[in-house]
Design a protein around this ligand. Structure first.
Ligand SMILES: *Cc1c(COP(=O)(O)O)cnc(C)c1O
Length: 454
């Protein structure tokens, strides 16, 4: 009998997150103060994050122990299954072996609780009473609402107003977990009031929602802020995914030649790939790791590596990253989680050093891949995850042309049950690709020319 599903028992769940900084040949450059342009110390982040998370942001320790309290909650859905995609392989008539790690089994349906839970835990340990955050498509807000409920912390979510109105089910699940959700811009903050004064009908944006959540956290000593991607400690927490997958591939008696994951800010890509990249860095293995991004928001394939702001308003420290410019506004594609102008610092350095690869896909190709996956493997992928699938299919076809039986592993980082309106649009032929011109990219990049080169 062919083995389809490779599982781990609770006892086999890894005890450590892996910190790739320990093994990077070129360490990430430091964040800079937006005013002085001097490297900032951990104390500057103290109003927003508890000290344990700030220390994880800068640690060079190779393995960080997962606290028992976090492991206990992980056990609600972890270890997650790893599958061999026999039916997809057959449909593609490829000699390649395709595996996927499935993170859609978490309470909120994506990989995001892997970091939401430890973030809530370290906040609780520091005596924090309330956490604020922003959410765009709603996946991060849902994950944090769940995690805060586990540790009895209040959760306040600033949800971009267009999503709040267009994705009511996401709001309802957050409310069910006990979170308070506001359509941003609100009249609760200076940032929100300022925007509303200019445009009372503002649809909101992630940048505005971040400003509101940060303002509230900075103004109250019992309140902190949490971010769902990009930062080093977020990527660290996500490595539980790859730590498990490594054990599962060993159980399957196989090893990936290629790892693929969709890319928004880098957390699910890092989560799956970093524990395997360790084998490249430590043992000279040659596993290709490919980040799949939308062609309409191509920071990795068409952006530049330089210091830029993490938010669109320009309040955060300057970070050395691949970016399209902080006020780049991506087209309204359906993979909401991938519409971010920049990439995390660690992943950016790895790409600059050519230790990882990147590829861009248009959304029609992605949805086509997603529908093929649903029809063959039965799971309806999140629109974000279909970007990885598009890359996987290209690689599987290449294997067929070259007559090679390579092993491909990808991150099915979430299911698409809250994204059915997008599938409906695709199935009824109402979805379009968005062409982004070189002139659009150039004009966005021109605005950050004055910022520090990295
Ligand atoms: C948030 C999200 C992403 C993008 O964020 P990363 O930090 O790049 O992982 C991708 N897929 C899903 C399902 C998400 O919820």
């Amino acid at each position: 009998m062919k083995q389809k599903k490779i599982t781990l028992s609770e006892n086999e769940m890894p005890h450590h997150w892996y910190n790739i900084i320990a093994d990077m040949p070129n360490k990430p450059l430091p964040p800079l103060h937006p005013g002085t342009k001097e490297p900032i110390g951990p104390e500057m982040l103290a109003p927003l994050f508890p000290m344990d998370l700030i220390l994880q942001e800068v640690t060079t320790e190779k393995y960080v122990e997962i606290p028992d309290e976090v492991r206990d909650i992980y056990k609600i859905w972890r270890p997650t299954p790893l599958f061999r995609a026999y039916q997809l392989e057959k449909a593609l008539d490829t000699p390649a072996k395709i595996y996927y790690k499935y993170e859609g089994v978490s309470p909120s349906g994506s990989h995001k609780p892997n970091t939401a839970v430890p973030q809530a835990y370290y906040n609780k340990k520091a005596g924090v009473k309330r956490i604020t955050t922003e959410t765009g498509a709603g996946q991060w807000g849902t994950a944090l609402s769940f995690a805060c409920q586990m540790f009895d912390i209040e959760c306040e979510v600033y949800m971009v107003k267009v999503s709040y109105e267009g994705k009511p089910y996401r709001k309802i699940i957050m409310n069910t977990y006990g979170a308070t959700v506001y359509p941003s811009p609100t009249d609760r903050t200076n940032a929100g009031r300022q925007i509303l004064a200019q445009d009372p009908n503002s649809p909101g944006s992630l940048g505005i929602a971040i400003s509101e959540a940060v303002e509230v956290a900075a103004g109250d000593e019992n309140t902190k802020y949490a971010l769902g991607s990009v930062l080093n400690h977020v990527l660290l927490h996500q490595t539980i995914v790859g730590q498990e997958a490594l054990l599962q591939m060993e159980k399957a008696g196989d090893m990936p030649d290629i790892i693929v994951a969709p890319f928004g800010g880098g957390s699910n890509f890092a989560g799956l790939s970093f524990p395997f990249l360790r084998l490249n860095l430590e043992e000279g293995k040659n596993i290709r790791c490919i980040a799949s991004e939308p062609a309409s928001c191509p920071k990795l394939t068409q952006g530049v590596f330089r210091y830029d702001f993490g938010d669109s308003i320009g309040m955060t420290p300057l970070l050395p990253m691949f970016t399209l410019g902080h006020d780049f506004v991506p087209s309204p594609i359906h993979a909401g989680g991938l519409r971010y102008h920049g990439a995390g610092v660690i992943v950016s350095q790895l790409l600059k050093d050519k230790l990882i690869e990147a590829r861009a896909h248009h959304q029609l190709e992605c949805f086509q891949a997603g529908v093929l996956f649903a029809k063959t493997e039965g799971i309806l992928p999140a629109p974000e995850a279909t970007h990885a699938l598009a890359t996987v299919i290209q690689e599987a076809k290449r294997c067929k042309e070259e007559g090679k039986s390579e092993t491909i592993l990808f991150n099915l980082c979430g299911h698409g049950h809250f994204d059915l309106a997008s599938y409906e649009n695709y199935l009824s032929g109402n979805l379009q690709d968005y062409e982004i011109t070189q002139a659009d990219i150039a004009s966005s990049l021109a605005k950050i020319e004055g910022l520090q080169p990295a």
